[in-house]
Design a protein around this ligand. Structure first.
Ligand SMILES: [Zn+2]
Length: 87
């Protein structure tokens, strides 16, 4: 089992779920994946070692959430996908 994970993936997914319809973007699986991939390419990866069972410590997740403007990246990604949807 992999013992490390890029936490930014989960943070971007969560942010996308929070913003949801307010992005005015299609939310089909293809567009969602495109938004997440685009946002991740514009954010620094945040690798952390996982604990047993793949858990990430709460301290790690809240610290990282505050250092990067994830929301801006997701909004920009949604804009890009909205203009060039691939579905
Ligand atoms: Zn779509």
């Amino acid at each position: 089992m992999k013992r490390y994970v890029n936490m930014m993936e989960a943070i971007v997914e969560e942010e996308l779920a929070v913003l949801g319809d307010s992005l005015g973007c299609c939310m089909c699986p293809q567009c969602k994946s495109d938004i997440i991939a685009y946002a991740l390419n514009h954010l620094p990866p945040r690798y952390v070692a996982t604990q047993a069972g793949g858990a990430i410590s709460k301290a790690d997740s809240s610290r990282i959430q505050h250092v990067t403007d994830v929301r801006t990246a997701v909004v920009q990604a949604a804009q890009m996908v909205r203009e060039n949807p691939r579905h």
